[in-house]
Design a protein around this ligand. Structure first.
Ligand SMILES: Nc1ncnc2c1ncn2[C@@H]1O[C@H](COP(=O)(O)OP(=O)(O)OP(=O)(O)O)[C@@H](O)[C@H]1O
Length: 623
């Protein structure tokens, strides 16, 4: 999975084209271009001073401005050739806490945006020669103010999408606003609602937008952005400002995004916040417990930080969150208390009144995930803890009883085989590849296709068989089951170091659907195998990839009539494939079970309810 497309300001040092020395755009007065104030992935921001000073108290006619230059060849432009950010400013321009947009236009191959001049960013404040961190009082003021700004942006239907110390600036001294907080850079802002409807949940696991260090885990996983993501990024920003570092710094290379995301999920909030007062941990616990469509309780979060704000005269940053809460003409809303919020999030208050939720405890756990479908009485048998040498014996006993293999999984060098009575099946073959020569070395990506028995598969494809189950062991063994009698038309598979999201998307558009997935290999050294089939009988499909069991997404798709049709897990991630088929009755139940050992006793209970194992895998479920 290519998660590393994100930008990390400190990684790229590209030279920008030199901007003009004087600027006049969109009816603005002429500004002389002075020193650089900052730069980002797409442009650079320089100070501008009016060429012909004329004193004015009108904030729209300042002497000093900030000018953002974006070259016409920048990747941040829309198809209309204007910076994406301009459109967003149009919608959000007057939101409190955003710098005022004064003029915009084109000059000398640059898109030019003239805006209210601000002061230092919080990154600049901390990134001095001996690196300083902010006091808890300062960070609490930042939290309260940033929450107000985010509330204002969210109320207008947008998510900022890139909350980080570089984008949080103080006002400019020349404007007398040096104790006020601003949020800059709307280049990654996106809508969370259209008119009055929340955008639908979706995931594109290889599509990352944001800054890797501060991005929410949902953003790493390519989930449709929603309000919760800004709060999670604010949480990481606060910890960075307090500690001067985050535990996931230092990763490099193509796989950086993936490694950072993995580290975020496996860092307990307790460890992350161990050097901070409880409100910072409580805030992060709340942020990561928010559901996709949930409206954050901004006021309750601000209340959390109140005990740390101290006396107003000692604050380096003014706190005036009332500005946004009580705007003229705005209806007063009742905001639930944090205790009420705690109840709805299943967060518990400990004896000191602190919120506790067992989220991101940092304990990695390997679990069985078994999926159960409703079927009218069905004969099913399963064999678990089967060693490779005993595999054929169990399977042949099942075959003698007219059972065929419907699901396989591997765990701790043992196999799980599920066999069903399925009169549609005309014949079935299976193979377990040896691949023992690979035990000492990881095959290169180009040789990895050899992990599956290519010739054996081709031979059976030619005879009308299709792959119907697949599993891979830690010692590079692959088990492939091919069945004759399925109404499939065509099949193809891919072996790849990351879940091949882009390939699956292309296959989806060609009418192929994922019908099996698994991994082969061990921790930090494995390959995904994904099988796609034309004629699988599904209308559409969603592939959910996560570091933990993706409960929210599964419920989202269940509610829309999808059912889990295959699952696979690597030592880091789980892939849940959910499909929509004409035959799925909305009320037909499907259940999942997560257990640390094979759920032999539970299966009997499921059978009593006419629920039968449909898929299984063994994988990571970090809690
Ligand atoms: N109005 C302003 N006044 C003063 N400095 C500013 C102003 N706007 C931005 N800056 C500074 O310039 C830096 C880059 O600005 P901005 O983030 O808008 O550019 P970008 O190219 O979109 O960056 P990124 O790659 O982070 O998205 C900011 O981090 C901030 O320090």
């Amino acid at each position: 999975m290519a998660l590393a497309h994100g930008k990390d300001k400190h990684d790229d040092d590209d030279a920008f084209p030199t901007p003009p020395a004087k600027v006049t755009v969109g009816g603005s007065p002429q500004f002389l271009v002075h020193q650089q104030l900052g730069k980002g992935g797409f442009g650079q921001v320089l100070k501008g001073v009016r060429a012909f000073p004329r004193a004015s108290k009108d904030p729209h006619k300042p002497m000093h401005v900030a000018i953002k230059f974006e070259h016409k060849t920048s990747k941040g432009l829309t198809s209309k050739g204007v910076p994406y950010e301009w459109d967003i400013y149009q919608q959000l321009g007057d939101t409190p806490g955003l710098p005022m947009l004064l003029h915009k236009g084109f000059q000398d191959n640059f898109c030019v945006m003239i805006m209210e001049l601000l002061g230092k960013s919080l990154w600049d404040i901390c990134n001095v020669p001996h690196r300083t961190s902010l006091s808890e009082q300062y960070a609490a003021c930042v939290a309260v103010e940033c929450l107000s700004i985010l509330e204002g942006i969210h109320e207008k239907g947008y998510v900022h999408g890139d909350v980080k110390p570089e984008n949080l600036c103080l006002g400019a001294e020349v404007n007398g606003s040096e104790k006020k907080l601003f949020l800059v850079d709307l280049g990654l802002a996106s809508k969370w609602r259209n008119q009055f409807r929340h955008l639908e949940y979706s995931q594109r696991p290889d599509d990352f937008r944001g800054t890797i260090r501060y991005a929410s885990v949902h953003a790493h996983l390519g989930r449709q952005t929603s309000r919760r993501d800004d709060l999670e990024s604010l949480g990481y920003t606060l910890i960075f400002l307090l500690n001067g570092e985050l535990p996931w710094q230092g990763f490099t290379g193509d796989n950086k995004g993936f490694l950072v995301a993995k580290q975020k999920v496996s860092t307990s909030l307790e460890a992350l916040c161990s050097r901070c007062s409880p409100p910072f941990q409580q805030f992060l616990e709340y942020a990561i417990s928010l559901s996709f469509k949930e409206t954050p309780n901004y006021k309750a979060c601000q209340k959390l930080f109140e005990p740390l704000l101290g006396d107003p005269s000692t604050r380096k940053l003014a706190v005036d969150y009332g500005v946004h809460a009580g705007k003229v003409g705005q209806k007063r809303q009742r905001h639930p208390s944090f205790e009420e919020t705690a109840m709805t999030h299943d967060l518990t208050l400990d004896k000191d009144g602190n919120l506790r939720k067992k989220l991101r405890t940092g304990f990695p756990a390997q679990q069985f995930l078994t999926i159960y479908d409703h079927r009218d009485t069905q004969k099913q048998r399963y064999h678990y803890n089967v060693s490779t040498t005993r595999l054929d014996t169990h399977i042949s006993v099942g075959r003698a009883d007219n059972l065929v293999i419907t699901a396989v999984a591997s765990y701790n060098e043992l196999w799980l085989v599920v066999m069903d009575a399925d009169p549609r099946v005309k014949d079935q073959r299976h193979i377990v590849t040896d691949n023992s020569h690979l035990r000492t070395s990881r095959p290169s990506e180009s040789c990895a296709t050899e992990l599956l028995p290519r010739e054996w598969i081709s031979q059976y494809w030619d005879r009308g068989y299709f792959i119907t189950a697949i599993a891979g062991s830690k010692s590079w063994q692959a088990m492939v089951v091919m069945t004759k009698g399925r109404p499939y038309q065509q099949q193809s598979y891919k072996v790849s170091a990351h879940f091949p999201c882009e390939w699956v998307r292309r296959k989806h558009s060609d009418g192929f659907m994922v019908t099996c997935c698994a991994t082969i290999g061990s921790r930090d050294n494995y390959y995904w195998v994904v099988v796609v089939t034309a004629g699988a009988g599904f209308e559409t499909q969603a592939v959910e990839l996560d570091f933990v069991y993706p409960s929210e997404a599964i419920h989202h798709y269940w509610d829309r009539g999808y059912r889990i049709t295959s699952v696979g897990a690597s030592p880091d991630q789980i892939a849940v494939v959910m499909s929509l088929a004409p035959g799925y009755a909305a009320e037909a139940p499907q259940e999942t079970l997560r257990t640390s050992t094979f759920p032999a006793t539970h299966i009997k209970e499921k059978w009593d309810k006419d629920l039968y194992i449909a898929a299984a895998c063994f994988g990571p479920m970090v809690s």
